[in-house]
Design a protein around this ligand. Structure first.
Ligand code: NAP
Length: 300
């Protein structure tokens, strides 16, 4: 099968489409014929060797952590899903013709393959952040980096829970934030004051999706430092904020089910830019720029 590969660490220029063995699902996993697979920042971080702990690359590297497709093989012990079902979720080496999935939900029939593929990592991460922050109706939450993959889902999921959402972006994405229901503020110097002005005071929770604002400034927005959760600033704990990497605190099956429901109800709309597999490097370059609106998705 075709799979996106690399044999040396580097930038998008070292990516190539190789001929890889078709994987088989292990216990509790399924295999899908991939219809769409999204690009996440972790892909280019992995490609660059930033996740290797300084170790040299062993063998061929493959990429992709989420996808949507048609189930074509079931691992041992899997129930509740059948060959031929249309699903989306989180998996391994998903930027390929076939991929093994670890967690999934049924794709709502009205939802496009590319949108479903975009919802795996972004949806699970957004659900995790909001759950850790205890976001509920009546709360005011600040999403720092609201226009990107995780941010735009977090904004809409928080709104669906009845929260009031202030979110940051560059000027180019202010209207997009307004479109998805957030009160937009510009990120950068003075963002804390702009959030206080927009919220009419402190907020109940801060979800730091971008990891770019000094953590002290984010902590100053809430009554308890632990009401700041970051997915991208791994030094944030020093200021009393919480950092989540998505291991023990992840509930992917529940999260994906919630995401599927919000997609079906049109309460979650994900803006996607699609690229045929052959243009994967272009999508990686845009992701690497750090200024993505919504999600980038590869189509076989
Ligand atoms: N820990 C975890 O479990 C986990 C899970 C998923 C992702 N992540 C990490 O979380 C980060 C975001 O992921 P993503 O998929 O949402 O990325 P993305 O789609 O590339 O979005 C990045 C967003 O950051 C915004 N941004 C850029 N500079 C900013 C600044 N100075 N202040 C605030 N926002 C800024 C951009 O807004 P503009 O376009 O308007 O500039 C863009 O919308 C990445 O580092 C990723 O690796 C962590």
């Amino acid at each position: 099968m075709r799979a996106l590969e690399f044999t040396e660490y580097g930038g998008p220029e070292v990516l190539k489409w190789g001929d890889a063995p078709v994987p088989h699902p292990g216990s509790g996993q399924i295999r899908i014929a991939v219809r769409a697979a999204s690009v996440n920042p972790v892909d280019w971080k992995r490609l660059a060797g930033a996740m290797s702990g300084g170790q040299p690359l062993a063998g061929t590297g493959r990429l992709g952590s989420d996808a949507a497709g048609v189930v074509d093989e079931l691992g041992e012990g899997v129930t509740g899903v059948s060959v031929g079902d249309e699903v989306f979720g989180r998996g391994q080496n998903t930027q390929a013709e076939f991929a093994v999935m670890d967690s999934w939900a049924f794709k709502p029939p009205s939802i496009d393959w590319a949108v479903a593929a975009a919802a795996g990592i972004a949806g699970e991460t957004a659900e995790r952040g909001l759950r850790l922050l205890g976001v509920k109706a009546g709360h005011a939450i600040f999403v720092d980096g609201g226009a990107g993959g995780v941010g735009a889902v977090a904004v809409q999921m928080a709104l669906a829970r009845g929260a009031r959402v202030i979110a940051s972006s560059s000027e180019a994405n202010s209207d997009y934030l307004r479109e998805i229901g957030a009160i937009p503020v510009l990120y950068g110097e003075g963002v804390g004051d702009r959030v206080r002005a927009a919220a009419g005071g402190p907020v109940d929770a801060v979800f730091d999706v971008a990891g770019k604002t000094p953590i002290e400034e984010l902590v100053s927005l809430v009554s308890e430092p632990s009401q700041v959760v970051s997915i991208a600033n791994f030094g944030a704990a020093q200021a009393g904020a919480r950092v989540t990497g998505g291991a023990a605190d992840s509930r992917p099956t529940e999260a994906l089910a919630e995401v599927a429901q919000l997609l079906a109800q049109n309460k979650l709309v994900i803006k996607v830019q699609t690229f045929p597999f052959d243009r994967a490097a272009e999508a990686y370059r845009i992701s690497q720029s750090g200024h993505v609106r919504g999600k980038l998705v590869l189509i076989p």
